[in-house]
Design a protein around this ligand. Structure first.
Ligand SMILES: NC(=O)c1ccc[n+]([C@@H]2O[C@H](COP(=O)([O-])OP(=O)(O)OC[C@H]3O[C@@H](n4cnc5c(N)ncnc54)[C@H](O)[C@@H]3O)[C@@H](O)[C@H]2O)c1
Ligand SMILES: O=P(O)(O)OC[C@H](O)CO
Length: 323
């Protein structure tokens, strides 16, 4: 399967490098002409994945037409731009969605957005604990690869797997997507706990109770519990809630240290998906009658609706309940 990657941010570039590690040619579509130029001229992407030498088998392009011969397309744009980029992609080619989020306005998951934008393209989802720099360096990583068509899922997994990159197959596309979208919001909460000096007990409580929220929401949307407890759910939650290598965790840390959300979110080049997903997730959860108090708290901080001390007090003052 000749591979193409749509989106040359940190993750798209790392995935292109992964796919090129067997010396097969990979076409990488980038939005910015500077990125196309840097990758083709010097085999680097200093804007989004600095200090990683890229394989000469990765060829960048600014033209979607150059993806026409690809038999598999990894889609790695920010979630809010996925509809626009997928609509420009060649039709009928299997799409492996690697973006994590929920579309604002429609409240749709990425597979639902892609199905609207390219109705004839088969869809899979790749998600899990994957810091781009680590994958680009060839460090051991495992992910969920979800596809309703098991045969296609197996073919995609065989094409993507490498000695240090293990996809685990699933047919629970919705479950894989919900884990990746919700964990970004919970990582902001854990970053807040770090920035505000609330301690490691608080972080563990947020991970654990956040996972309960992810599970309640996921089950209400038809996800399976074992998917939410797997790499794309709990696995990614633990990773993203544990390190300032996460943009979402770092955003939360800034909030916890007292910076304003507007200040932290203005003029960002890189994406902190949780900030976009949080209000959409909160509204979807409310509409479904699913309680997500940690997500509600993150929304209050992002919209600057309440000071940090009030948000923490409100979370702790919730009525006692069974676990
Ligand atoms: N970075 C990671 O480690 C990582 C790992 C797994 C999944 N992801 C997910 O991958 C997706 C992409 O994240 P990233 O880290 O590669 O991005 P990034 O933050 O490194 O870069 C931002 C990206 O946004 C693109 N962009 C900006 N404006 C755009 C527009 N109008 N239309 C289309 N694209 C536009 C840029 O070209 C660039 O590719 C996100 O959903 C993220 O959650 C990231
Ligand atoms: O940097 P973040 O917070 O977008 O997290 C990156 C990946 O999603 C981790 O799996």
């Amino acid at each position: 399967m000749k591979a193409g990657v749509i989106g040359a941010g940190a993750w798209g570039t790392a995935l292109a490098q992964l796919l090129a590690s067997d010396r097969q040619n990979v076409v990488l579509w980038a939005l910015e002409p500077d990125v196309v130029e840097a990758i083709n001229a010097s085999h680097q992407n200093p804007l989004y994945l600095a200090n990683i030498p890229l394989s000469p088998s990765v060829r960048a392009t600014g033209s979607m037409g150059d993806l026409a011969a690809c038999e598999m397309l990894l889609v790695v744009s920010p979630a809010q731009h996925l509809r626009a980029v997928v609509s420009q992609a060649p039709a009928g080619v299997p799409l492996v969605l690697c973006s994590k989020g929920i579309e604002a306005g429609s409240s749709l998951l990425m597979s639902e957005v892609a199905a609207q934008a390219q109705p004839d393209s088969p869809i899979a989802v790749l998600s899990g604990p994957t810091f781009a720099h680590e994958v680009a360096k060839g460090l051991p990583t495992a992910v969920t690869l979800a596809c309703e068509d098991r045969d296609l899922g197996q073919r995609l997994a065989a094409r993507i797997a490498r000695p240090s990159f293990r996809p685990y197959l699933s047919d629970d596309v919705i479950g894989a997507e919900i884990g990746g979208a919700v964990k970004n919001v919970l990582a902001i909460a854990c970053g807040v706990a770090e920035g505000a000096g609330l301690g490691l007990n608080a972080r563990a409580a947020l991970i654990s109770r956040g996972f309960a929220e992810m599970t309640r929401f996921g089950l209400a949307r038809g996800a399976r519990a074992e998917t939410l407890g797997g790499l794309s759910g709990l696995g990614d939650l633990v990773l993203t809630c544990s390190s300032t290598n996460s943009r979402n965790f770092s955003l939360g840390k800034g909030l916890g240290e007292g910076a304003s959300a507007a200040e932290l979110l203005s003029n960002r080049r890189t994406v902190a998906e949780g900030a976009h997903t949080a209000p959409v997730l909160r509204d979807a959860a409310r509409a479904a009658g699913v309680e997500m108090p940690v997500v509600e708290a993150v929304c209050a901080l992002l919209s600057e609706a309440a000071p940090l001390s009030d948000v923490i007090d409100a979370l702790l003052a919730r009525p006692l309940r069974p676990e």
